[in-house]
Each structure stands twice: as structure tokens, then as C-alpha cells.
Design a protein around this ligand. Structure first.
Ligand code: HEC
Length: 193
């Protein structure tokens, strides 16, 4: 009888510890995800609102092209300066235009996962992926090609814009995208947790 009680208490406390453990993991994942998404929105939102302003002012897309070429790196740096020292945010893709945006091995794996889910029709544009890498947690958000992106990343790019692309990015790979395909990702890296 004594032994049974002992067994039972041991079992109960193990379950309790397991339960606590699962809870902390979940809330930790939740908070790191939320924090990463906040930084992703900061970079994505800043770039997108600027892009939209230039696209509205000049429908050919040439002014917007000038803006992206001249300012995207600078804005990315400015946004990163506003983040806590343990965090960063950047954009990347399998096919890049700007050589400062090359993907690393983990980026490539996540991008391929997104592409596979697009191919399998299970993709959700809201699918945020949280990936642990050593002491760093990465939070990924997919960037789907929209109609507005096609002027500079599509299959039917104007001569003027293509001229700018070739002049500024001789090794450009970021063309030939179709609406709905994956253009790239935004990733936030967080070392806090
Ligand atoms: C007016 C032209 C233009 C439009 C429209 C445009 N881009 Fe770009 N994009 C660029 C240029 C130029 C770069 C390279 C400079 C930079 O942003 O780093 C770039 C870079 C990128 C990058 C970073 C990876 C890389 O290739 O260097 C991503 C991701 C991206 N664009 C996604 C998009 C998406 C998604 C849209 C539509 C919502 C879009 N772009 C619309 C011109 C454009």
C-alpha cells in the first residue's frame, strides 16, 4: 500500500513537471513569435508603404525602382538600429537581386518548405515558422508575389525598368516571378530567449 502511494505521488509529480514544462515551452514560443512578427512588420511595413507611395506617384515604376535601389539597404539598417541589441530583421530569397540579401542554409530550407506547401496547395500566407538554431530563434514570414511586384520581378518587365535593373544589379536573379508564387521571406533573428 505504501509503495502504491509512493508510486502514485511520483507519477503525479512527474505529470505536473511535464505539464509545467510544456506550458513554458508554449508561452516561450508564443512570445518569441510575437516579438519576431513585430520586427518583421516593422521592416516589411516601412518598405511597402514607401514602395506604394512611389508606385502611385509614377505608374511606370521607375521612381519606385530608384527608391528601392537607393534606399532599401539604408532603411533595413535604420530599422535594425531601432531593434533591441539581441534582435535583427532582414529579407532574403532563393533568387536575389541585391547581393546583400543572399540566403544561408537555414533560409534555403525554410523557403523550400514554403514552396513545397504552395505546390501541395496547403500554403497559408500567414504561415509563420519559428525555427530554433543554437541559442538563436528565427521567425520567418513568407512574401508572396502580388500584382504590384510584377513590374520589377515579373515576366514582362518594361525596357526602362530592365535597363535600371541591369545597370544596378548585373547579377540579378529576381525576375520571372508569377502572381501567387513565393518571392522571398522576411526573417527576424532573436537571441534573447
Ligand atoms: C519598383 C520596382 C520594384 C517593385 C515594384 C518591387 N520590388 Fe522587390 N526589389 C526591387 C529592387 C530594386 C530590389 C533590390 C534592392 C533591395 O530592395 O534590396 C528588390 C528586392 C526585393 C527583395 C529582397 C531580396 C532580393 O532579391 O534582393 C524582396 C524579398 C523583394 N524585393 C520582394 C518584393 C515584393 C514581395 C514586391 C511586391 C510587394 C516587390 N519586391 C516589388 C524592386 C522592386
Amino acid at each position: 500500500m505504501k509503495l502504491n502511494i509512493l508510486l502514485l505521488t511520483t507519477l503525479l509529480s512527474t505529470t505536473l513537471i511535464l505539464a509545467i514544462d510544456t506550458n513554458t515551452t508554449t508561452s516561450r514560443e508564443m512570445s518569441v513569435k510575437q516579438e519576431g512578427v513585430k520586427y518583421i512588420k516593422l521592416l516589411g511595413g516601412t518598405l511597402k508603404s514607401e514602395l506604394q507611395t512611389y508606385m502611385k506617384a509614377d505608374k511606370t515604376g521607375l521612381s519606385a525602382m530608384g527608391f528601392c535601389t537607393a534606399k532599401a539597404d539604408e532603411i533595413t539598417k535604420e530599422v535594425n538600429k531601432k531593434l533591441p541589441a539581441y534582435a535583427s530583421v532582414r529579407r532574403t530569397a532563393l533568387k536575389t537581386r541585391n547581393e546583400n540579401n543572399l540566403p544561408d542554409a537555414l533560409d534555403i530550407k525554410v523557403i523550400n518548405d514554403y514552396k513545397a506547401s504552395i505546390a501541395a496547395n496547403t500554403f497559408m500566407p500567414t504561415d509563420i515558422k519559428v525555427v530554433q538554431e543554437g541559442t538563436t530563434t528565427r521567425v520567418y514570414k513568407p512574401l508572396v508575389t502580388q500584382n504590384v511586384c510584377l513590374k520589377c520581378h515579373g515576366t514582362n518587365i518594361s525596357k526602362e525598368i530592365q535597363g535600371e535593373i541591369t545597370a544596378n544589379y548585373p547579377k540579378d536573379k529576381a525576375v520571372g516571378f508569377k502572381e501567387g508564387s513565393l518571392r522571398g521571406i522576411i526573417v527576424s533573428e532573436i537571441k534573447k530567449y
